[in-house]
Every structure is written in structure tokens, then in C-alpha cells.
Design a protein around this ligand. Structure first.
Ligand code: NAD
Length: 122
């Protein structure tokens, strides 16, 4: 919401498309008095643990809005307040795949996209 409030076009990407769309609707509602920025938000379903899904998200963002300036890797889960000694390897691997691997994919693919644009300009 802060990005939208400051004039950014926002892509809200989440495994839960319904919740992502609620954020987009809220942005559109807040912007309804400002014709220049109205409607510049989009929800996309993504599972950040899948490299190809994050790649597609970035491609879709760039093809829709022309560029990607800021990537916020904030998908995160916790092992539901499990005590560490009670957590299984499955719990552990699930948390790592979203919180760390997902963030890595987001950073890596965003940088690849930004650097490819710089190389085009050079
Ligand atoms: N909220 C806090 O105060 C707080 C404080 C410290 C740490 N954390 C940690 O930060 C993380 C996020 O917390 P939150 O409160 O924003 O949680 P949240 O559940 O409100 O938001 C996380 C979002 O990530 C999405 N998500 C989960 N798995 C995904 C996936 N594979 N691909 C794409 N999206 C996915 C969820 O659908 C959800 O919308 C958690 O790991 C939490 O433990 C939160």
C-alpha cells in the first residue's frame, strides 16, 4: 500500500490470488480520486518456490508495465509456532523453500532482468 500511495504501479503476487486481488482492489479504491494512477495494480498467482513461476511473474510484469524497478520478496511462512525439537524435516524444508529459496529466486531473476536492460542500453 505504501508503494501505491507513493505513485508506484504495483504487482501483488501470492499463492492466494483472492487475497492478492483484495490488495489490488484496495489500491484501486484509494486511487479512485486520482485519475492519473487509477487502476495501476495487478494481482498474479505465483508460488515463489518454483523458479519457472517467478521467472514468468517477472516476464509478465515487464510485458504488462514495461519495466521492473523494485522487487519485494516478502512471501514468508513459519512452522506454525512448532517447537524446534518437534518440527519435522518436512516442516523445515517447507520454510526454507519459501523464505530462503523463494527470496533467492526473486533476487536472482530481478537482477538478471535489470542487468539485461543495462546491457541493452550500453
Ligand atoms: N507479521 C509479523 O509481525 C512478523 C514478524 C516477524 C517475522 N514474521 C515472519 O514474516 C513472514 C511473513 O509474515 P506475515 O505476517 O507477513 O505473514 P502473512 O501470512 O500475512 O503473509 C505471507 C504471505 O506469503 C504468501 N505465501 C506463502 N507461501 C507462498 C509461496 N510459496 N509463494 C507465494 N506466496 C506465498 C501467503 O499466501 C501470504 O499472503 C513469516 O515467515 C513470519 O513468521 C512476521
Amino acid at each position: 500500500m505504501q508503494f501505491a500511495d507513493n505513485g508506484a504501479t504495483v504487482v501483488v503476487a501470492d499463492t492466494n490470488l483472492g487475497n492478492a486481488q483484495k490488495v489490488v482492489d484496495e489500491i484501486a479504491r484509494l486511487r479512485s480520486g486520482n485519475a492519473t494512477n487509477q487502476g495501476k495494480a495487478l494481482s498474479i498467482k505465483v508460488n515463489v518456490t518454483k523458479y519457472s513461476a517467478v521467472e514468468k511473474l517477472i516476464q509478465q510484469t515487464v510485458s504488462t508495465f514495461g519495466k521492473l524497478d523494485i522487487m519485494v520478496n516478502n512471501a514468508g511462512i513459519g512452522p506454525s509456532y512448532l517447537k524446534t525439537h518437534e518440527a519435522t524435516m518436512r516442516d523445515w524444508n517447507r520454510v526454507i523453500s519459501v523464505n530462503q529459496t523463494g527470496a533467492f529466486y526473486g533476487i536472482k531473476l530481478t537482477f538478471n532482468n535489470l542487468y539485461s536492460k543495462v546491457m541493452e542500453i550500453l
